[in-house]
Ligand binder design. Structure first.
Ligand code: KIV
Length: 284
């Protein structure tokens, strides 16, 4: 088998230049990462959406550094080609530059990911600059930022008014100038995402940001119909794996109860002579 070339940040810069779309998806485990890497995805985000889709939390704010690391490590072990982004959980980078560098350093060094992602715009530009200076590539995240969604009024589209759009644009410019190599644009009007994509030199990855972004990201569980609590407008469900899995498990339960499983096909047997001996030995 030919050696698989790992994607590096300059590859994404080149893709932006050439207008080639960048594909990203979340993954949180070894088998999920194996699957999406084999499918040919360019980037995996081990997102803090982990809290909602895998750990059963109501939101993302409860996720800890240790939980993130536990999920980043097997993803990193699984991939051959794609770039792995480790998401920084709420309050792991918000207190000071020193705290941010320490925790991003753990994500990068212990987790082994290729870059880290954090939420926030202009206010976080000095932190981003410090992390980049420490040698860790940073992926920003603006627009709808789930960790602070309650302050934004819930899971709502951002940047719709002129003032709000200017603020999102200024956030993007501040992160770009601080040295972020990429920015997630979540739930903003496509025209605003297009202006940002033209304006910044870093790559833009949309999730509800429209087709003009340099690339797209969606949550693994959302596109496969594995998360039933809610489906945002920007999610396209490509397969209903939940329904397939539910039917398979129900079929298994039914066949066991009806004494149809395990049939001969799934059963081991022994020779009659040996069986006679064993019966005598067991006195039955
Ligand atoms: O945690 C996550 O899955 C994310 C995406 C919504 C981009 O941050």
């Amino acid at each position: 088998m030919a050696d698989v070339q790992k994607l590096m940040i300059p590859d994404f810069v080149q893709m932006k230049k050439e207008g080639k779309k960048i594909t990203e998806i979340t993954a949180y485990s070894y088998p999920q990462a194996l699957l999406v890497d084999e499918a040919g995805i360019d980037m995996i985000l081990v997102g803090d959406s982990l809290g909602m889709v895998e750990l059963g939390y109501a939101g993302t704010t409860g996720v800890t550094m240790d939980e993130m690391l536990e999920h980043v490590k097997p993803v990193v072990r699984a991939v051959k080609r794609c770039h792995v982004v480790g998401d920084m959980p709420f309050m792991s980078y918000n207190i000071s530059k020193e705290q941010a560098i320490t925790n991003c350093g753990r994500m990068f060094k212990e987790g082994g990911c290729d870059s880290i992602k954090l939420e926030g715009g202009q206010d976080f530009a000095p932190t981003v600059q410090a992390i980049v200076k420490a040698g860790i590539p940073v992926f920003g995240h603006i627009g709808l930022t789930p960790q602070t969604s309650s302050a934004l009024g819930g899971f709502k589209v951002q940047g719709k008014s002129v003032d709000a759009a200017k603020k999102v644009l200024d956030d993007a410019i501040a992160l770009d100038q601080a040295g972020a190599f990429a920015i997630t644009l979540e739930a903003i009007p496509r025209q605003l995402a297009q202006i940002i994509t033209q304006k910044v030199k870093c790559i833009t990855i949309g999730i509800g940001g429209g087709i003009e972004c340099d690339g797209q990201v969606l949550v693994f569980h959302d596109i496969l119909g594995l998360f039933k609590r809610f489906t945002p407008k920007f999610v396209k469900v490509y397969a209903n794996i939940w329904d397939l899995e539910l039917k398979a498990v129900q079929d298994y339960i039914g066949e066991v109860r009806e004494k149809k499983f395990p049939s001969d096909e799934y059963t081991f047997t022994m020779k009659e002579e040996a069986l006679d001996e064993i019966r005598k030995y067991a006195h039955i």
